[in-house]
Ligand binder design. Structure first.
Ligand SMILES: Nc1nc2c(ncn2[C@@H]2O[C@H](COP(=O)(O)OP(=O)(O)OP(=O)(O)O)[C@@H](O)[C@H]2O)c(=O)[nH]1
Ligand SMILES: [Mg+2]
Length: 429
């Protein structure tokens, strides 16, 4: 963990991109790592870049570069090195030995931030699970840390037997956390079933894209918004009024990032169920970032990893930051290259209207509004209307009942074939 005392820890960042990576991309990645370090509470006092063909099995970077790094650490008074890539346990400990300071890799840094930011019991359990899984393979190195902190000449790491015991303890804790998370996920599913008639939207996207800001603006209720990475770790669901009598349940989710550690994704599965079970996804993209296209790809990649391929709408957000020309360039580029999309901003009056309107269209197509007339004794269809749809109005008329409801198209198809049930469209076009 990065210490957050009065003095922030001074860190040097190390990136080792391949030779064919463009200068621009290398800079983008360093920029992002600086933001991650800053979010974790460290100040970046230096950077080191070495282009490599493939990572050195011993130190990841070359031996000469490592020597240069050691000198730079002394010069800059830094006590922490952060690698943009993931290090093997052996590389991590070899680096620490030769540099004499703590070395973190990208995964560790992200885990650190998540631990700092977790608020709810569920988020905390998810982060701890990911941390333990990460730690398990690196026990030896962690122990070296501890024995060094303990000081004492001749203080050596634990024997294999001690490591075995520790591993068993960790495994037991991992099993417990998994059970706990399953319990939370089950109770959430029950809650979700209770409100099944509603149209559910999940808001996904790269970290800091503006997901929480959009949900806040749509729902008119405060959410935690911050110009830092991973402000949101817990999913929040809000009822959103889309206008013209349309309502949906929208869920804000944890942000994604390039090279998101896989076991972190796996531990956040419970939260990500919200995405899996949504009727529709809004993928928010921060077009004010020079690397928005790469960020978009990174999000698509995580979604693919999670086998999520639901219908999605791209929301190109923060267009208030673009000049008139940039905005029209974006419009033509998006029209040529991307599927359904809208341009949005939470900073300007009406900046989310295109999004609201696209969502209404989607709901209209997915859950048309209909008038249903059925016999009062047809309890089955009536129950179905309440269970599968959203009943907006109900009138009893002698032996028959008239409903106005939003109902999934498949259910309407079934009703149309049912004797005694009469369905007509009620959507104003
Ligand atoms: N200029 C501008 N800034 C925006 C807009 N939307 C969001 N922001 C800012 O972008 C930053 C991040 O916004 P959040 O809503 O916290 O982003 P998020 O996607 O929820 O981020 P994480 O939860 O960290 O993944 C905040 O400083 C917002 O004020 C927008 O349309 N225009
Ligand atoms: Mg957020």
């Amino acid at each position: 963990m990065i210490e957050i005392g009065s003095e922030p820890e001074r860190a040097i960042l190390v990136a080792a991109p391949p030779f064919d990576e463009s200068e621009e991309v290398v800079d983008e990645h360093l920029e992002e790592l600086i933001r991650l370090a800053d979010t974790a509470g460290a100040v970046v006092v230096g950077q080191l870049v070495q282009r490599i063909k493939s990572p050195n099995p011993a130190l990841f970077i070359g031996r000469g570069k490592a020597e240069q790094l050691r000198e730079q650490l002394g010069r800059d008074g830094a006590s922490l090195v952060i690698f943009d890539d993931d290090l093997s346990p052996a590389q991590g400990s070899a680096l620490e030995k030769s540099l004499g300071v703590r070395v973190m890799d990208r995964t560790e840094l992200i885990l650190d931030i998540f631990a700092l930011r977790a608020r709810t019991a569920e988020a905390k359990a998810q982060v701890e699970l990911a941390q333990l899984q990460y730690m398990r393979t690196r026990l030896k190195r962690m122990w070296t840390h501890l024995s060094r902190i303990a000081g004492g000449i001749g203080a050596r790491g634990p024997g294999e037997q001690q490591l075995e015991t520790d591993r068993r303890l960790i495994d037991r804790r991992i099993a417990r956390l998994r059970r706990e998370l399953q319990g939370i996920s089950r109770s959430r599913q029950t809650r979700r079933k209770a409100g099944r008639g509603e149209f559910r939207v999940a808001i996904v996207g790269y970290t800091n894209a503006g997901k929480s800001s959009i949900l806040q603006a749509l729902s008119g209720r405060e959410l935690f918004v911050e110009d830092r990475l991973f402000a949101t770790l817990d999913s929040t669901t809000r009822l959103v009024d889309l206008g013209e009598g349309y309502q949906a349940l929208a869920t804000d989710t944890v942000g994604f990032i390039r090279k998101l550690p896989h076991h972190l994704v796996a531990s956040f599965r419970a939260t990500l169920e919200e995405i899996e079970e949504a009727d529709f996804l809004i993928h928010v993209v921060d077009v004010s970032s020079p690397s928005w296209e790469h960020q978009m790809e990174a999000v698509d990649e995580v979604l693919r990893d999670l086998s999520i391929s639901g219908p999605a709408l791209l929301a190109f957000n923060k267009v208030d930051q673009l000049t008139y020309h940039e905005e029209s360039a974006l419009r033509s580029r998006a029209a040529a290259l991307y599927g359904p999309h809208v341009l949005t901003t939470v900073r300007e009056e009406g900046g989310l209207e295109p999004l609201r309107s696209a969502l209404r269209d989607r709901m209209r197509a997915d859950r048309p509004m209909v008038h249903i007339t059925l016999a009062a004794k047809d309890g089955r269809t009536l129950a179905e209307a309440y269970r599968e749809g959203e009943v907006l109005e109900r009138r009893e008329n002698g032996g028959s009942i008239e409903l106005t409801a939003r109902v999934p198209a498949a259910v309407i198809g079934r009703w149309r074939r049912k004797p005694g049930v009469h369905v007509t469209s009620a959507d104003a076009v």
